[in-house]
Write a protein that binds this ligand. Structure first.
Ligand code: DX5
Ligand code: ZN
Length: 217
């Protein structure tokens, strides 16, 4: 099976031992660190923001994968890029001028991603897919870690893969929410390139080993 990109989600880390958990990620087979920014408006939860991105990027030896679950994300693109984001993903549902926002991310020199909520069809990306580096498929409703994986995701990944191929897009498909060793092989088979894993990694007895298991399914 194709080896996926693995992105442990910092949201599930022990915030009292952040440096330890960041070192764990550095010393693991993880490819990216997923960084969930929530504003309490776009999603019903508040997480963390720019100062923590800066601190994490300083200790991290892997790309920082920033997922903006905020309204008007265009206001903060430069700040997250400056803080060290390598990938910046905005929600399609939060962007009135998605095409412009994607161009702004690219102009900042970051990889540009767009996230889709579970109810948002893949067809919403038809006119922008060619410009994207990444599509983040939400496999739970955004806002919290530790939720149950939505089964419809497999079909959505297949539809998205078809759209990407049809338009010759280089976009990677990243899956976010409820990912574990059971659904991971099916997601890769459906066309996923990258897997976010929060609780599955950080709640396990041996996170380094759990990351390796996901990487080498
Ligand atoms: C949810 C976040 C996810 C979350 C995933 O809104 O976008 O990145 O951290 O956590 P798990 O893997 O525990 O579902
Ligand atoms: Zn996320």
């Amino acid at each position: 099976m194709k080896r996926p990109i693995i992105a442990p989600s910092l949201l599930a880390a022990d915030f009292g031992n952040l440096q330890r958990d960041l070192e764990m990620v550095n010393n693991s087979e993880a490819d990216w660190l997923h960084f969930d920014v929530m504003d309490g408006v776009f999603v019903p939860n508040i997480s963390f923001g720019i100062p923590l991105a800066q601190a994490a990027a300083k200790h991290l030896r892997k790309p920082l994968d920033v997922h903006l679950m905020i309204v008007q994300p265009e206001r903060y693109l430069a700040a997250f890029r400056q803080a060290g984001a390598a990938i910046i993903t905005v929600h399609a549902e939060a962007c009135v001028h998605l095409h412009r926002t994607v161009q702004e991310i690219k102009d900042l020199g970051a990889m540009a991603g767009v996230a889709l909520n579970p109810h948002t069809p893949v067809s919403a990306l038809e006119n922008v897919i060619a410009d994207l580096d990444l599509v983040l498929v939400m496999s739970v409703n955004p806002g919290f870690g530790g939720q149950k994986f939505i089964e419809h995701t497999y079909q959505k990944v297949r539809d998205l893969k078809a759209l990407i191929q049809k338009q010759n897009s280089r976009a990677l498909i990243e899956i976010d929410g409820g990912v574990n060793a059971q659904n991971a092989p099916k997601l890769i088979e459906a066309g996923a390139d990258a897997l976010v894993a929060g609780n599955f990694v950080f709640s396990s007895a041996d996170p380094v080993q759990t990351i390796a298991a996901l990487k080498n399914l």
